[in-house]
Design a protein around this ligand. Structure first.
Ligand code: DX5
Ligand code: ZN
Length: 227
């Protein structure tokens, strides 16, 4: 709480642009643009064609990007069936945080331990159909809880407003139990849907098409950060 007489701090969400919607022909330049515009991290969506019906990119791309932009924080979102066995490789390639899905085939506690042992921050996510309360046993040890506001697998989908209640529940849990995790929302977040997410408790807004498909990605990042 601000001290009496102190100006109340204005909350600004952190922005994690999803490079899934970037132009891979000039990935480093696109990433540099959004970081220079104030994005705190880069969202790196990994898909295995099994956990989700799509393929994206993996360790070698992160390794190259990290080499090209070593100062960036890489927010890695694993939409894969077996996150545990890849934690060390993504950490070595430059991941700052590794988030995976509760619905994956691995034991969540063991996968979280592998991520932590590899020196990364930990994140856990639920798909739209999974109650957010399923995350509860893991919340005390998480650095990030990711609420999916679309079915994972593709960029450019419509925001599902049921995700807002999940963010509110996470915020309330954190207030009551003193957890230390960020609340992140991913899917269909833009200047229209973003304000409700911020009001519901989101600390980090992931935005793919709203940033990289915008005519001016830097302006899009600044607009989201000002929500
Ligand atoms: C979807 C991915 C998202 C995706 C978001 O499975 O996890 O990160 O890139 O894209 P937009 O912001 O376009 O919905
Ligand atoms: Zn994502």
């Amino acid at each position: 709480m601000p001290l009496p007489g102190q100006k109340e701090a204005v909350f600004m969400p952190m922005i994690s642009p999803s490079i899934l919607s970037a132009d891979f022909c000039c990935l480093r330049e696109q990433c540099r643009t959004v970081l220079d515009a104030g994005a705190q991290m880069l969202h790196f969506d990994v898909m295995d064609g099994h956990f989700v019906p799509n393929l994206s990119f993996g360790v070698p791309v992160l390794q190259s990007l990290h080499k090209g932009l070593p100062g960036a924080f890489y927010d890695v979102h694993l939409m894969i069936s077996h996150p545990q066995q890849y934690a060390a490789a993504f950490a070595k390639a430059g991941a700052g945080l590794i988030c995976f899905h509760l619905e994956s085939d691995d034991d969540p506690a063991a996968a979280l331990a592998a991520i932590r042992a590899a020196g990364c921050k930990t994140g856990l996510s639920v798909k739209p159909g999974t109650p957010v309360q399923a995350l509860e046993p893991y919340l005390p040890q998480l650095d990030l809880a990711l609420v999916m506001s679309v079915e994972p697998g593709f960029g450019g989908q419509k925001f599902m407003s049921q995700a807002l209640d999940k963010m509110r529940w996470l915020r309330q849990w954190r207030q009551q139990h003193g957890g230390n995790f960020w609340i992140e929302v991913d899917g269909g977040v833009d200047a229209v849907t973003g304000p409700a997410c911020v009001q519901a408790g989101a600390d980090i807004l992931v935005a793919g098409s709203a940033v990289f498909a915008a005519p001016d990605p830097a302006a899009a990042v600044r607009a989201l950060a000002a929500l």
